[in-house]
Design a protein around this ligand. Sequence first.
Ligand SMILES: Nc1ncnc2c1ncn2[C@@H]1O[C@H](COP(=O)(O)OP(=O)(O)OP(=O)(O)O)[C@@H](O)[C@H]1O
Ligand SMILES: [Mg+2]
Length: 203
Amino acid sequence: MQGYENYDLQEEDPYLLSGSTCLINRLGITDTQALNEAEAAISEVAFAELIANPIEPTFNLEHLCRIHHYLFRDIYEWAGQLRQTEISKGGQLFLPYRNIEDVAAEVFYQLQKDSFLRELDETEFAYKAAYYLGRVNMIHPFREGNGRVQRIFLDQLAELSGYAFQWSGVSGERMAAACREARQQKPAYTKLERLLATSIIRL
Ligand SMILES: Nc1ncnc2c1ncn2[C@@H]1O[C@H](COP(=O)(O)OP(=O)(O)OP(=O)(O)O)[C@@H](O)[C@H]1O
Ligand SMILES: [Mg+2]
């Protein structure tokens, strides 16, 4: 399936090597495919370290930034920093970057008022988590790496309530389709709800 892995090309993207689709990186790589492979390998090691040694969860935008920084600090200079450009997939823009902080504050305030989803049964938890995943995905705070960051965030949220998600059973296509549904003009969370309800386990 086209369009779920890569962002659309924007007219001007300060994150790309000029005349290329490759992101500027600390590794000196100039080929997109090679960068994707190196990025996957490096962030996978960092991902495992984060699971063993989690970042203190504050469940807000800063928390997302700290996860992002840990995963990508060896690859991108802007690891842990909010994007400063518009991005889109499949022709649809994510949140305008100037609105990231305001919308994130609103979403995470709501999560706090929802008591971080504590004391819900598995299905209720999955359904509410689907709503928040959809909202966080719409924000897409970073130029790259949002999927990995939001899955760790959700893992930490689930752990608070004694749950975990089995992401290995979720294909990129299925996640992308569910995320797409949650960022339509009139967002719907049915696919994300079903996806999380079938991936959640009790610890
Ligand atoms: N067309 C789309 N509309 C909304 N969300 C999408 C779309 N395509 C993909 N996504 C979501 O964007 C996230 C991926 O974003 P990004 O590429 O920044 O992160 P990643 O960590 O590199 O990717 P992945 O989640 O594949 O590891 C995934 O959660 C995916 O479901
Ligand atoms: Mg990616």
